[in-house]
Design a protein around this ligand. Sequence first.
Ligand code: SF4
Length: 627
Amino acid sequence: MQEQKIAYIDLSSGHIQKQPIPEKMRRMYLGGRGIDVYLMYNHIPPGSDPMGPENVLTFSAGLLGGTLAPSSGRCHIGAKSPLTGFIGSSNMGGFFAPELRFAGFDHLVIKGKAEKPVYLWVHDGDIEIRDAAHLWGKDTFETPAIIRKGHQDDEIKVACIGLAGENLVRYACVLGGLKNAAGRTGMGCVMGSKKLKAIAVRGTQDLGISYTKEAMGYLEHIMGLLRNSPAMKEFSRLGTPAWHDTSDMIGRVRNRNFQRNQVPDGGSLYAENMLKFSIGMAACFGCPVHCRHRYMVPEGPDKGKYMEGPEWSTLAALTAEVDCKRMEVALVGNYLVNKYGVDSLELGSMVSWAIELYEKGIIDDRVTDGLKLEWGNEQVLYEMVHRIAKRQGLGDILAEGPLRAIEKLGEKSRYYNVHIKGMSCLHTDERATPSHSLGIAVATRGADHLRNRPGLDAHLLPPEIRDKLFGFPVPEMNAYEGSGRLIRWHELLYAIPDALGTCKFYPLFMSPSSIGYEDYCKLVHYIAGLDLSPSGMMEIAERICTLERMFNNREGAKRKDDTLPERYFVEPTPLGPPGFKDRTIDREKFEGLLDEYYEVYGWDRNGVPKSETLVRLGLDQEPSHII
Ligand code: SF4
């Protein structure tokens, strides 16, 4: 496979340096999120201001990015998070990462801070820092169009920020296409703080495949697995909103902030109802699943404009959370958040929190500038999207994210904010599923469903099959014991596609008939020429997750940060079928799960990796400054 490079770009000095990626780094971290965490641990000084010039922003393609590996279009973006103060890590699909590789680069490491707005022009081995005065103030749809027109090349791929990023909303995201958002942990805010409006990439370089014939043959096998997977077929038809239906039916959807765990009379939000708006499905680079709807905005000032999505999280965050029950609201809201470049999950949670505070009299019209914050009021939702992106009034407070907004709105508001490590919990309710609750509590980037969440298959398969599949006894869905091991297993598996630059919707956790470590090893061998065993690949995943943990520990994370919001422990779920209703998380048993989770990783009771663990993973010399 052709040698790819890392580029270090200092926006303060204008200095750009390019360096090959040593094979040792590939063997230890693969690429993507893996090499990014190494770069972050080595280049971000401990205690840095996330919005200061010392913070480092990484953009990366994975080891298999842009190749014939299925769904190899994922881009990882990392930095210290302005939302949490811990590791920032986000991922987007689309076509940006493959183009970055075609231009000769696997990782961009962006340091410093420009004096005035700039964009990066990355093309066939060259990188230029260009003036972006004409782009500042433009939204995420206008920006790529202006760049492409300026370069007279419609094939340029652009990652950019919108007004939310420019205004330093702490959960601003990066858009790499209409619906390709790196949403979580505020990477768009870091771009805004560096005055970096966009990165434009274009390349024509050949990636080279190590064993083309064998790779093609193996790809046939992988495609067969995906085509025959019932889960994949459902996503191809309904997109990720298909998850909403089952989650709501069993009482796992957050409604009215955290007051209910089902949406009463919310059937119009079920995935089948999206079909009447859908004009087809769209896919990321090389993806046979095509999980996103294409549609026209159905109403409001932007009626008739083209858009894609919404995926499940956005659907629920902009409807179930704030108790809006029309699919049209999700479609309009999805358009707005993408246009502004703001994380829909964080925004939905912050707005629903504010509505509950208003309902309980903790904030009033003086704080809202007269806006009546009501459940199910669509206009309130849209108005708050505008105010947050523009940092107006209450929007300015909510734009700060949970930690700082609590300080501003007062101690009484604290209990009602449902966040972990400073990142809002998403729109799901984990009170009845201990393994899922442990997963969001320990995820390194804050409350997170995309780091370790077991698919339902983990629990619903016949015990003898699932135990064989996972290699250890898998707990029942409502049980505690064994959840620590289960979460670690998933955490490791999730890290691999993030490092390879492939989509995590299709590995084993989604369906037992989908792909696992052996398949990944073969893909890496045939495409990148790297020989790894399944256990070796699992060790790489362990190294990635452990180094992320070390990053957070260095920034002051402790065991107390691996916990759930108080409401999980004291408020029983009011709705749902037997086994899901009247459930809280047992505090003592939860602590036991945490012990189990730390132990299987080889970390001590404070979540600090033991010295023998560091030696075993080759992390005892970090930061080692190899790259
Ligand atoms: S499954 Fe969906 S998110 Fe994943 S690569 Fe395919 S289209 Fe993109």
